[in-house]
Write a new protein. Structure first.
Length: 147
């Protein structure tokens, strides 16, 4: 009787095939996760590009700053969760912000007032939208000067 301690060719081939299948499954799961996350970020970026909010005016009072902004356009199937008006000083430091949230206040074309108390040092104002669902904060509008 022979004492065979090695693996047969069939068993070793099956083991190699199982290892390759497991490696492909693991790598595939990682790649699919990365691709799906990238797709979500691309969709959010496109939604931000189709959503335009503009600062219209910024006026200084004796102890406050008040501004008006509008939602210029909203992409298809995009809902705005909120729009925040940021008041900044001459060096660009944000003094404070006020947020307006919810529809119908954020319909396209609606002019929305925003007031900052103790904002006498405000020199600029810009606005930025946050999209509903994804909570994506879109880049801010071009700053306007307060007068």
């Amino acid at each position: 009787m022979q004492n065979r301690k090695g693996l047969s060719d069939i068993v070793s081939t099956v083991l190699i095939i199982l290892l390759v299948v497991a490696a492909i499954a693991i790598i595939g799961a990682i790649v699919l996760n990365v691709v799906n996350n990238a797709g979500t970020k691309v969709n959010s970026a496109v939604d931000c590009q189709t959503t335009v909010v503009n600062a219209l005016s910024c006026n200084l009072g004796s102890n406050s700053a008040s501004g008006v902004f509008t939602v210029a356009s909203v992409g298809p199937n995009v809902k705005i969760a909120s729009v925040t008006a940021y008041f900044t000083d001459a060096s660009g430091v944000t003094l404070n912000s006020t947020t307006v949230s919810g529809n119908p206040a954020l319909n396209t074309g609606t002019q929305i007032p925003s007031t900052l108390t103790n904002g006498k040092n405000a020199t600029n104002m810009f606005v930025a939208a946050t999209l509903a669902g994804s909570a994506t904060a879109c880049p801010g509008s071009t700053p306007i000067s307060c007068s």
